[in-house]
Design a protein around this ligand. Sequence first.
Ligand code: GLN
Length: 270
Amino acid sequence: MSMAKGARSPLTVVVIYPDLLGTYGDGGNGLVLARRAKWRGLDVSLVQAPSDRPVPRGDIYCIGGGEDGPQVRAASTLIADGTLTRAVEDGAVILGVCAGFQLLGREFPDAADRPHDGLGLLDVTTRKGTDLRAVGELVATVEPDAPRDPDGSALPALTGFENHGGVTTIGPGASPLARVITGVGNGGGDGTEGAWSGRVIGTYLHGPVLARNVALADLLLGWALVSRGERLPLVWLEDGEENALRAERLAMAGTVKLSARLRHVPRPRR
Ligand code: GLN
C-alpha cells in the first residue's frame, strides 16, 4: 500500500544492533520512546536494526551497552556504515548507553586495553580504569546547562545502574550531562556522569534509563519532533508506575550509598 501524497512518515525509533548490544536490556529505551509517542497519538515505528544490515534512517537512535568484543564490532560496523554520522548532520537524536556511549566518542579500549576508534559524534575518550569495575546503582543530578524540558525546567535526578570498566573523560566539544550523587559515572575524578552535544546524549545509566527517567525520554521525543518541524503533543501521561519505580530505586541507591563495597567489584583476571 503506498502512502497518501503529503502524508508524513511515522516517527522512527531505531534500536541499533540488538544482536551485539543487547546484554543490558537497553533495547527497552526504544520501547519506552515508541510507547510514549503512541500514547500521545503519534504515528510511530520501532525498528530493530541488526548488525548484518545497513542502518536504516530514523529520527531517534538508541545504542545499548554490551561486552568488549561485540562493542568493537559494533563500532567498526557503524563507522563503515556511515548512516549515524549523516543522520546526526540531518538532526537525528542519538542516545548511547555505556558501550553505546563509549563508541559514540573518539576512542575506547577493548578487553586487552588496545584503543579502538569510535564514531567521534561525542567529544569523549574512554580508557581502561583501575582494576575496579563500577557496578551498582547510579544517581546523578542533571547539570544546570544540560538540556531542559520544553518549559525550561531542569530534568529531575537521573537514576539507573552502571556496570563498566571504562573511564570516560569529556573534551571541550561536549558537556557533562549530570553530576554523580551515588555511584561512579564517568569515573575520571571530576564527578561527572554522561555527556551531551547537540542532540547526541551518552550515559552510563542502564535501567533501561528511559524507563526510570521518563522526562529524559520526553526530551528526546521533543527534540526528534522539532527536527521534523513538529511538536510533542500536550498530552498528560499518568506515569504512576514509572514514578513508583523511580522512588523505589532512589531509596535503594540511598541504602547502597551506605555500603560502598556493593558498588565496586574486582574485575575478573583474564
Ligand atoms: N565494555 C565496556 C566497559 O566495561 C562497556 C560495558 C557496558 O556496556 N556495560 O567499560
